[in-house]
Design a protein around this ligand. Structure first.
Ligand code: ZN
Length: 488
């Protein structure tokens, strides 16, 4: 009896101590707790080139990227605290051609498109030594990390970041670029734009990512890349190990209560959907047709699978390497149009990358015409191509107020409508005329040449011109000069 009483007192004392501790923890702001969250270990760097990401026979596409900047990521999605906790090891390689005394990172979760979402860097180390970074823009998307000693071109340095990102919450959300990404460095220096006039804003080069992601087991977790393995933990979370291969974006999706099914195209298509199953099936069938047409004509898709997320998506859709979002809220004709458009981005954006902020037509105008060609050349036929598909292009074309060269940088447009009408309308009309000038088959062959030449790198306007001119029997220089605004 006495002993039991004593035990009871001890239990009460322990409970009191625990109460004081948990109350104190509750008073600490979540970001200050970043160090106390025990993240999964960083993935083994050998995973970066693991063939699991690749379609059979395509694993070698990772090899050119194994000597460049790579990302090892450990992430926890913690809904109770409303935060993503992250640790990123960036194996940076200086490919700028010059000596660097600092490296610029982009913190895209701080882009204004995300509203109040906040990404905070809690610590950064350079080759294991603490460093102090500087935010360079009012939005907090440009983060400079000075190096204690400058690094020559061709040499590498390791950055270790600890950070948090606030979670949007709700039963569905996705996190684009949930890590510090090295900014693109080109002839104009580090790219630091905060692009707000168009839909796309994250301009990155392809890189290899290996990720350990811990998320609630009950959530449907999807991502760019392939699943290497998954382990269920005792605390109701699952740790996913992800290998992406060379990709220019990384995205994590959290859904609850959504449907899913699988389709077979040239690679398996995983469909995740909300709303009506029959609409999702219809969009899935369109995706299979489009995928197989593009894969056969514009170069082989290199990844193991393709993720199609069907949902209410007011802007129409959004493209990431190996994953797209497609709007299910409109009628059948629109679904065909937008599904073909988003699937085509796997080739014109994903495989044949481009400077989306200065040469947006190299993905958007090409996607428009590629989808038109899919209609023309498959069971959809020329009647649907003209009446059904092309009307969407003309909607944008007819809104053109000022005729501009198609190769106009995003920041040089007055606003969103000016940009959209020129790139999605005028650019597509130019491409169709180019196809009719060259002959449609020569044009399709030229598109395939262009995709295979760019091959996961960043394509250029003149690279596209030469791919076309090579397949044409007429001189295309004046068309490109007058309409696109380039002389190569
Ligand atoms: Zn697009």
């Amino acid at each position: 009896m006495k002993l039991t009483l004593k035990k009871g007192r001890e239990v009460r004392l322990l409970a009191l101590i625990l109460f004081v501790i948990t109350t104190a923890i509750g008073l600490i702001p979540p970001t200050a707790m970043a160090q106390s969250v025990s993240l999964p270990p960083l993935p083994d760097p050998a995973l970066l080139t693991d063939p699991v990401f690749a379609r059979p026979g395509y694993a070698q596409v990772a090899l050119p990227f194994a000597g460049r900047t790579r990302y090892l990521l450990s992430v926890e999605i913690n809904p109770a605290q409303g935060l993503l906790y992250g640790r990123a090891r960036v194996l940076f390689v200086n490919r700028t051609g010059g000596t660097l005394s600092s490296v610029i990172f982009r913190l895209y979760p701080n882009h204004p498109v995300h509203g109040n979402r906040q990404m905070k860097i809690n610590s950064v180390q350079v080759n294991g030594a603490a460093a102090a970074g500087n935010v360079l823009d009012p939005e907090g998307t440009v983060y400079e990390v000075p190096l204690s000693s400058a690094i020559p071109s061709g040499s590498g340095v390791t950055f270790d970041f600890e950070y948090t990102i606030s979670l949007p919450g709700g039963s569905f959300y996705y996190l684009s670029e949930p890590l510090p990404l090295v900014a693109v460095y080109d002839y104009s220096g580090w790219r630091q734009e905060v692009a707000t006039k168009g839909l796309d804003y994250a301009y990155n080069e392809s890189a290899l990512f290996a990720v350990n992601l811990r998320a609630p087991t009950e959530a449907q977790t999807r991502f760019v890349g392939a699943l290497k393995g998954a382990v269920d933990n005792l605390d109701g979370t699952t740790t996913y190990t992800i290998v992406t291969g060379p990709v220019r974006n990384f995205v994590i999706i959290q859904a609850r209560g959504w449907g899913s099914f699988e389709l077979n195209a040239a690679v398996p298509i995983h469909v995740l959907y909300s709303g009506d199953l029959s609409v999702a099936q219809q969009i899935g069938e369109i995706a299979v047709n489009a995928f197989n047409y593009f894969d056969a004509n514009f170069g082989a898709y290199p990844y193991a699978a393709f993720d199609l997320v069907v949902m209410r998506f007011p802007s129409g859709g959004e493209e990431y390497p190996s994953l797209v979002f497609v709007n299910n809220a409109e009628g059948f004709r629109y679904r065909r149009f937008i599904t073909a458009h988003e699937v085509a981005h796997q080739w014109f954006y994903g495989i044949a990358g481009n400077d989306i902020l200065r040469n947006a037509w190299l993905d958007e105008s090409l996607v428009q015409v590629a989808s038109y060609l899919m209609y023309l050349k498959t069971q959809y036929g020329s009647v649907n191509a003209a009446e059904e598909y092309w009307t969407h292009v003309m909607t944008w074309y007819n809104r053109i107020q000022v005729v501009r060269p198609i190769n106009t940088a995003l920041e040089d447009f007055t606003d969103f409508a000016d940009y959209m009408s020129t790139i999605y309308g005028g650019g597509a009309v130019f491409m169709r005329e180019l196809a009719e000038t060259m002959g449609v088959d020569a044009f399709i062959a030229g598109l395939g040449d262009y995709v295979r030449a760019v091959n996961l790198e960043i394509g250029s306007p003149c690279g596209f011109y030469f791919a076309m001119q090579n397949r044409a029997t007429v001189d295309l220089r004046s068309m490109f000069r007058d309409r696109v605004g380039i002389t190569c």
